[in-house]
Write a protein that binds this ligand. Sequence first.
Ligand SMILES: [Zn+2]
Length: 233
Amino acid sequence: MKLNGISLNIQPEPTAVAEELDPHEVGDQHLMTSIETPMRDGAFDLSDEEKKREIEKHFRSIMHVLGLDLTDDSLKGTPARVAKMYVDEIFSGLNPENEPKVALFENKYQYNEMLVEKNITLYSNCEHHFVPIIGKAHIAYISNGKVIGLSKLNRIAQYYAKRPQVQERLTVQIGKHLQEILGTESVAVIIDAEHLCVSSRGIQDVNSSTVTAFYGGEFEKNSTKKELFNYLK
Ligand SMILES: [Zn+2]
């Protein structure tokens, strides 16, 4: 599948691709190896505070190797700031403890039409380059008797965005999570995002954006998709 010159490869068989390709090539083609974020065993053996100390140490080494003067007032706090930002903010979605708590409500209004939450701002980071992915998500679902607070849709999208990501995986993770908690297959997620690894480096295409979509249940029908697209216009 090609959109705006960016390859969108959803690989159903995880390991096959990674083994055949040079790692540099995998990154530049933005291949995804699995729907689950690849985590190692013991990912949470260290506490957040221990992680921050380790990251600070290693980030200081990176800056040192680059030749930066870490005694400079402007730079000396950077390793600690980066470590805190990684663990507490931009990669906080790696820790399942940070999964948003969601209360569901009975669908008392008997609203059985589609509900669309448009233009959710998303900030994520490309797992191949660790530079930002900035975009908008549109989420829709058709209630199966349960409804969710609107802000929770944003929170769930943001939870998955706060991981090193591949846009296709981010889209599917949000969709599957919502299917599970809402108890319905009828969920759609569309993400339109700019990848700074494409716009600011590599091929430096500032005008391209990548669109990915997840459609379940009723949204697999063309008529339902059409209705959704009308709301998104
Ligand atoms: Zn990238």
